[in-house]
Design a protein. Structure first.
Length: 218
């Protein structure tokens, strides 16, 4: 929610840009320190970019700035996907449109719900940023039952993290909503994350989560 008493626009923009610079720096550093763990740097960007949305919400960044910024970031990720200008963001050893779909989903959510329903934007984005991001890291490192769907390896540990983190995000962002419905939305998001061919879950999960949560609004 917005900070009490408001926040200067330039200050809010500075905070968002500083945060994103720190995220990219951490990803590049992780790539250099652990070159064999290419997924780590990508997930740091994945989670860090999503966490920029609560900062934008808290500092009341207007749609006229947030949407062009998201569209511009999506264009940059598309160029990076094509030319590999920043391998720490894109190079995961498999074909994926995930970073582009992620930017597109954030742009669509901003266009649909910002600034009148920022909790819906954050619900959709943080479900993907934290739920999917942590699921990928935990699932890759924690021994648990694994299966394959459309060429994508999934694990019981990663799926459990996705479900639990998503439920926690929704409970925090939508207080007062029926827990049963929030758990049903978390289960739906977790099911959609299983269908992650080509990284398209980065589009389906945020949009479906925000849309389902919109039905809980008065």
């Amino acid at each position: 929610m917005p900070l009490p008493g408001g926040f200067p626009l330039l200050g809010g923009l500075a905070l968002v840009l500083l945060w994103l610079a720190l995220v990219l720096s951490a990803a590049v550093l992780a790539r250099r320190l652990w070159p064999g763990q290419r997924e780590l740097s990508r997930k740091l960007v994945h989670m860090g970019a999503g966490l920029a949305l609560p900062i934008a919400w808290a500092t009341a960044i207007p749609l006229a700035i947030a949407l062009p910024a998201a569209l511009g970031a999506t264009l940059v990720t598309a160029l990076n996907h094509r030319f590999r200008l920043l391998p720490a963001v894109e190079d995961v050893g498999r074909h994926s449109w995930g970073t582009i779909a992620y930017g597109a989903s954030i742009s669509l959510l901003l266009a649909l719900y910002w600034p009148n329903q920022p909790e819906l934007v954050n619900a959709g984005v943080l479900t993907m940023a934290l739920g999917d991001g942590l699921a990928g890291l935990v699932g890759a490192s924690l021994p648990s039952w694994r299966w394959s769907l459309f060429g994508q390896t999934k694990s019981l540990g990663g799926t459990a993290v996705m479900a639990s983190v998503t439920a926690l995000v929704l409970v925090v962002l939508l207080p007062g909503s029926p827990w049963g419905l929030l758990l049903a939305i978390a289960a739906t998001a977790t099911a959609l994350e299983q269908l992650s061919w080509g990284g398209l879950d980065n589009l389906s999960v945020p949009l479906a989560t925000a849309w389902l949560c919109s039905w809980l609004q008065p």
